[in-house]
Design a protein. Structure first.
Length: 462
């Protein structure tokens, strides 16, 4: 019977050959790994960990908390497990489905037989069956299984992308908290200095030495600093709330930075001279690659659907009027069969399904190419900023120092009765602006290091 089926399949295959394009060999379906990791062929690619770049131990502690407790990452991991289960479902038809059944009947009739069944006595039965097992001669089932496995691996890459995004968000949130704490301290120091200026000008106005306008100008600087204190106090509280949300739990106080100078001191750049092959580890590139593999496997499955389908069925069992003789000779029976089906007319549905799968594969190819191009663009943009941020930081530090010296000199001249209060006030406001700009530049430098870590995306899978 099997030989006859195979012969029929060969004849039908010759008939169907003009209808289908030559299909590529379906990729082998390996066992679905319990956790996602980079392929063995990628093991030699450059890699690094976040602790190598975001090297402050306090920041590493916060990141570790987020990796353990962040709910978005937990959802991404759950999606990976769901994709793994779905991949196993897609691969299940590669092996026969075996069902077992057992039965017991008892009758109290007159003992005559009706339609081959006794109306009196006990009947015990036990059977097993293989229902509609497809002989995958043309690779349709293998193609679907390979597509399911590639989809799972793509989901694993998406989880890695979520992981790297979370690390970068935690680092940026930690740096933002540091910058806002620096700005709060700067506003408090400026307010303290402005209070002294207000007190001084108030005495000079009372003594008739200075006009009332000087006092009002001094109060203007004080009120601006007090407004900044209120705004930065709010910003610090919101930064803490955001960091707790990212971490998914409370963040210890000793893991938080006191200011931007303190926070940015231990951050380092990705090692210079890193091979560009590290971009092959970028999760979005890996995800696009596996989606391309899944689309290619779906093309194989769609082409194979144009060929005949052969399914086998089999049943074997035993039955007896007594449980004690269930496995004795003469009670065992078996049977089997097979069917060959070939689509004659479906109004082009299968052929168009194959064309659709090929078009989706072409789209996945374009998406993969774009992912690679985007990876290089991201790195190029970050490096372009990296090339100028140090020069900007140096220039801004020099401007802050010059503004500080100018403030000290003009304030001393005013207190000595030589200079004008307008000069002193202008110098104080210039210093305040220069300090805030320097804080922003230091934050920008730290954010650039985080962006470079994220753009390269070469961290080993966890």
């Amino acid at each position: 019977m099997i030989r006859a089926l195979l012969h029929s399949a060969a004849v039908a295959g010759l008939i169907a050959a003009p209808l289908a394009q030559a299909r590529t060999k379906a990729p082998p379906v390996a066992d679905i790994p319990a956790r996602f990791d980079v392929a063995a062929s990628d093991a030699a690619l450059p890699a690094y960990g976040y602790a190598q770049v975001l090297a402050d131990p306090r920041l590493v502690r916060v990141i570790d908390l987020a990796l353990a407790h962040n709910q978005d990452l937990s959802a991404a991991m759950a999606n990976v497990e769901a994709a793994r289960a779905q991949a196993r479902i897609a691969g299940a038809p590669l092996l026969p489905q075996i069902d077992a059944s057992a039965g017991f009947n008892h009758g109290d009739g007159d003992g005559r037989y009706t339609s081959g069944a006794s109306t009196k006595g006990d009947l015990v039965s036990l059977s097993g069956s293989v229902a509609s097992y497809e002989l995958d001669l043309f690779g349709r089932v293998h193609g679907l299984a390979a597509a399911g496995r590639a989809q799972y691996l793509a989901q694993g890459a998406a989880m890695r992308a979520a992981r790297i995004t979370l690390i970068a968000n935690v680092a940026n949130g930690w740096l933002q908290l540091a910058a806002d704490r620096s700005l709060l301290q700067l506003a408090q120091d400026t307010a303290a200095s402005a209070r002294q200026s207000v007190a001084l000008t108030t005495r000079r106005v009372a003594g008739g030495i200075a006009p009332l306008a000087d006092q009002r100008k001094a109060e203007l600087t004080l009120r601006q600093a007090e407004a900044d204190i209120a705004a930065q106090t709010t910003a610090v509280a919101q930064d803490l709330n955001n960091l707790r949300l990212l971490a998914g739990t409370d963040v210890p106080a000793d893991a938080l930075p006191s200011g931007i100078d303190d926070a940015a001191a231990r951050l380092t750049a990705v090692a210079p001279g890193l091979d560009s092959a590290v971009l092959l580890r970028r999760p979005d590139v890996v995800q696009a690659e596996f989606l391309l593999r899944a689309a290619d496997a779906n093309v194989d499955a769609a082409r194979a659907a144009l060929f005949p389908k052969i399914t086998l069925t089999a049943v074997a069992g035993t039955a007896s009027l007594a449980l004690s003789s269930l496995f004795t000779g003469g009670s065992f029976a078996f049977g089997g069969g097979g069917t060959l089906s070939y689509p004659i007319f479906r109004n082009g549905a299968l052929r168009n399904a194959a064309k659709q799968a090929q078009a989706q594969r072409d789209a996945a190819t374009a998406a993969y190419r774009k992912a690679v191009q985007a990876a290089f663009t991201d790195v190029a943009n970050v490096l372009a900023r990296r090339a100028t941020i140090e020069a900007q930081l140096t220039a801004q530090s020099g401007a802050r120092d010059a503004a500080a010296d100018n403030w000290r000199l003009t304030d001393r001249r005013y207190r000595g009765g030589v200079g004008t209060w307008l000069d002193a006030l202008s110098a104080q406001q210039s210093l305040y602006a220069a300090e805030k700009t320097l804080v922003a530049a230091r934050l920008s430098r730290g954010a650039n290091l985080v962006a470079l870590y994220r753009a390269v995306g070469g961290e080993t899978a966890q």
